[in-house]
Design a protein around this ligand. Sequence first.
Ligand SMILES: Cc1cc2nc3c(=O)[nH]c(=O)nc-3n(C[C@H](O)[C@H](O)[C@H](O)COP(=O)(O)OP(=O)(O)OC[C@H]3O[C@@H](n4cnc5c(N)ncnc54)[C@H](O)[C@@H]3O)c2cc1C
Length: 458
Amino acid sequence: MHPPTHQQIARLSDTLRRTVRAGEVVTTGPDYDAGRNIWNGAVSTRPGIIVRCADPSDARAAVLAAQENGVPLTVRGGGHDWAGRSLSDGGLTIDLSGTRQVTVDPVAEVAEVSGGATAADVAAAAQLFGLTVAAGSAGAVGMTGLTLGGGYGPLSGRFGLALDNLVSAEVVLADGSVVTADSEREPDLFWALRGGGGNFGVVTSVRVRLHRVPTLLSGLVLFPWEQADTVLAGLSNVLLESPDELTVQSGVLAGPDGKPVVFLSPTWSGDDTAAGERALARLDSLGTPLVSQIAPTSTPEMLAGIDAQFPFGRHVKIRPRSVPSLTSGVRDTLILAGSTLTSPLSAVSMHSLHGAAARVPVTDTAFGNRTPHLMIEIIAQWDPNDTSRAAEHRAWADKVAGALESDALPGGYPNLLGPDEVAQIAHAYGPNTERLLAVKRRFDPDHVFRAIPLPDPS
Ligand SMILES: Cc1cc2nc3c(=O)[nH]c(=O)nc-3n(C[C@H](O)[C@H](O)[C@H](O)COP(=O)(O)OP(=O)(O)OC[C@H]3O[C@@H](n4cnc5c(N)ncnc54)[C@H](O)[C@@H]3O)c2cc1C
């Protein structure tokens, strides 16, 4: 698709200045830069125009004006998609990042969340009522973007993926109509939104289920590289057989002295704290930890800890692979990954899908893989000043993803699949592919919305 012409942008701008009431229409300046700057500093995409929405009517006006003027549109939530799919060169960005209201109903244990609110916004609001939310591991990620594509997180074993906690969504469709999707109203759309990403409309707000968890135990355990194979082999038995209350994120990264280490980041969310302490002690005994820091915590605190490790502006490439377990082939690749890290900021991180997340029948939502598995993120990350070695860092991620291919399940986590991973995209929605594409044809036949990748209908 050709980027829009200056005349198209000028006409679009005129229309928007008449129809966007509460928000702002920007083409330059600090507000434009704020809408354009996203988490991955390597993305240099420059939209032609950004609508900084203040309420859902701004999003609706923008959807209609973009189509009237033949300008492609994208939707920006928390700006954490590493591939930068919230922006398009020369296009219109509907920026929801200024709409961050969260209202908690403590009796129903549900939060009403504006489309641009972050996971940290929801966790902070829930915490005021002694409640928590099944989000991902980082707080600055958009709650809606995370939820629409999946949402693996520290509470997935107990409460399912973030999308399993979606109660309803308010959506501006391509024709400008505003609908509420839930299990009763627009059930097909509601089904597709739970895994199919932002491909169906602008989700201006969601209602998400909250949970009461009296104590969370979480922290970090680091093992020396010499023990990597033993620890990973032991971990294999623990991960997918864990009780629902224990979810462990794990992987390899560069330790404080630059040498690789195996990390475990377990979270116990059960009511029985003593059982949690026993389960966590079992993880320590997989080797001789260099560091073992487990303590009572809260969801906001956990999210803030990860945000500090993943600030905005670094350059990033991510490749996802999912594997059924830590077989010796997978362990060999993890060891290869750690031994050949090209950047001290790169890492391999594994989220386990088990427990409540694995008990949801696969066709109940559009999310394509409910078999217990490890979702592996191969994260090449480097300092913006290190551009001369960017190709080397990207090649490391590709090499590790390639080495995992023979052990991996077909497909991969859509929220992290890059647009070029055509073979993985073809399998990413498993048995839900046909229905998902049919819902796309019904609600967005002209492909106005392009978000996380959908398989090619042919
Ligand atoms: C540091 C970091 C940590 C992460 N941790 C986890 C994790 O623990 N678990 C996990 O599962 N994933 C994780 N992710 C992946 C993350 O969930 C996805 O990248 C997600 O799409 C980000 O959503 P966003 O709104 O922040 O990003 P954006 O870039 O703003 O949006 C991502 C996509 O969703 C669409 N979108 C966003 N909001 C809306 C909306 N309201 N309506 C319609 N479309 C919308 C956008 O158009 C875009 O296509 C992480 C990513 C990063 C960078």
